[in-house]
Ligand binder design. Structure first.
Ligand code: ADP
Ligand code: F6P
Length: 320
């Protein structure tokens, strides 16, 4: 029976991480399990930067963006000797198991620690929605709503000035933020790495749209596909649409988590503690339909993420 658990947040922060920390803490305390917050991800684990949590520790954080435990990138954790030193720090306070909230890199760290005898459970904390085998990740819904808000505002000015407006959004190689936001806001075009990018096709579509009397256009594109400022110049030259490009950037990672993210983070945090209590490790938590399940990290990381083809097909059905 596990007596003491740690919780940390790692990699890029995501709204809802605080709700996950809170759920892990409360579930532990309700079960009589001691719980430590680990500051600054794996870096803090290595340095023994631990805070023992009580019933007051996670008050007033369910609604807050970011992560009050802070996050860090710590590539040194890939070295076994560094992980061994972290385990020594855990032993000093009797920490037997760990909940890691982060993306696929953080999952690798959790797996590596589990293989060294420390049961770890990963929670998908990333705005990108790029983790295989889970319908949604913690933070995706909040980031999506931030983008929707930005696109609605851009529509106002785009329409007033009869412009084409391009918005580049985050997601790394995952186009879900672009697709869901583009659909929500009636974008003329949505470009993702999954759908591929044909610049001539985009320009032809915008020309046609202009020819049918459209006076403005919104284009949403996932980061790392092309230089959007250069693209704007080429669109303007080829179509006659005055064009402006915007890169939304890190504001997508902040803000108060939506109800959907709070619920997801809370349910996943509870499940993580339950699995550790059963003596399980090397698992990550996924949402599959209405179920919250634990799946082997090795399996999940071995899968290529299956994006929701249906939603990408729907994008094409309502194009122009
Ligand atoms: P994310 O978790 O958002 O994908 P990163 O890829 O930066 O973000 O990973 C977060 C942290 O996880 C890294 O800084 C490192 O401490 C740890 N990590 C990443 N890959 C590994 C690995 N192969 N083995 C051990 N730890 C890892
Ligand atoms: O993984 C989350 C994310 O925000 C990605 O969407 C983006 O590509 C990356 O992190 C940005 O990383 P950084 O905060 O290190 O610039």
């Amino acid at each position: 029976m596990v007596k003491c658990i740690g919780v940390l947040t790692s990699g890029g922060d995501a709204p809802g991480m605080n709700a996950a920390i809170r759920a892990v803490t409360r579930t532990c305390l309700n079960k009589g399990i001691k719980v430590y917050g680990v500051r600054l991800g794996y870096k803090g684990l290595h340095e023994g930067d631990f805070i023992e949590f009580d019933n007051h520790s996670t008050r007033n954080i369910i609604n807050r963006g970011g992560t009050f435990l802070k996050s860090a990138r710590f590539p040194e954790f890939k070295e076994e000797s560094v992980r061994q030193e972290a385990i020594e720090q855990m032993k000093k306070v009797g920490m037997e198991a760990l909940v890691v909230v982060g993306g696929d890199g953080s999952y690798q760290g959790a797996l590596a620690l589990t293989k060294m005898g420390i049961n770890c459970i990963g929670l998908p904390g990333t705005i990108d929605n790029d983790i295989p085998d889970t319908d949604f990740t913690i933070g995706f819904d909040t980031a999506l709503n931030t983008i929707v808000d930005a696109l609605d505002k851009l529509r106002d000015t785009s329409s007033s000035h009869q412009r084409c407006t391009i918005l580049e959004v985050m997601g790394r190689r995952c186009g879900d933020l672009a697709v869901y936001a583009g659909l929500s806001c009636g974008a003329e075009d949505i470009i993702t790495s999954e759908s591929g990018f044909d610049e001539n096709e985009l320009i032809e579509a915008l020309k046609q749209s202009k020819a049918t009397g459209k006076k403005h256009a919104l284009v949403v594109i996932t980061e790392h596909i092309t230089d959007v400022h250069e693209l704007a110049k080429r669109i303007e030259a080829a179509t006659g649409f005055e064009t402006r490009a915007n890169v939304l950037g890190h504001m997508q990672r902040g803000g108060s988590p939506t109800a959907r993210d709070r619920v997801l983070a809370t349910r996943m945090g509870i499940k993580a503690v339950e699995l550790l209590e059963e003596g399980k490790g090397g698992l990550c938590i996924s949402q599959q339909g209405s179920e919250i399940v634990g799946l082997p990290i090795t399996e999940v990381l071995g899968h290529k993420r299956q994006y929701d083809k249906g939603i990408y097909e729907d994008v094409l059905k309502i194009r122009y």
